[in-house]
Design a protein around this ligand. Structure first.
Ligand code: FES
Length: 139
């Protein structure tokens, strides 16, 4: 085996090591990103219509974050993100006041998600939903 043959052999070995190292970096990145895309595709949530009584709120996970379905007295429904628009804390339902309260800095929202008081800069985002055959489908 001459010097040129050894250099070629060494170049092949280094190329192979570089390819394995690149695959070791790229594959975990792919695995990290791919569940997100499949999660977003299947982001519909179904809730039985009878599961949320009038005046109550039902929290659930939607597209990877907290959401809430409110059943207003009188029958109207609204689906909202439960993530406070100030700094991202999860709001709490206060049934006696029919309001949302954010425990982090005291933000208050109406049952429709509008800001009443405190630091939240925007309403809670509304989520699309549909009701059919006694099933509420959010998303
Ligand atoms: S995070 Fe909700 S009021 Fe600050």
């Amino acid at each position: 085996m001459g010097v040129d043959d050894r250099r070629k052999f060494l170049a092949y070995c280094l190329g192979g090591i570089a390819a394995v190292a690149a695959a070791g970096i790229i594959y975990p990145l792919f695995r990290y990103l791919s569940p997100l895309s499949s999660q977003l595709e299947s982001s519909k949530v179904t809730i039985p219509e009878g599961a949320v009584r009038e005046g109550e709120a039902n929290f659930f996970q939607y597209a990877g974050s907290a959401a809430v379905l409110v059943h207003h007295p009188g029958g109207a429904l609204v689906a909202l993100s439960a993530v406070c628009t100030h700094m991202g804390c999860i709001v709490q339902w206060q049934k006696d006041r029919q309001e949302f309260f954010c425990p982090c800095h005291g933000g208050r929202y109406t049952s429709d998600g509008a800001v009443i008081s405190g630091p939240p800069p925007r309403p809670l985002p509304k989520l699309p939903f549909a009701v059919a055959n006694g099933i509420i489908t959010v998303g």
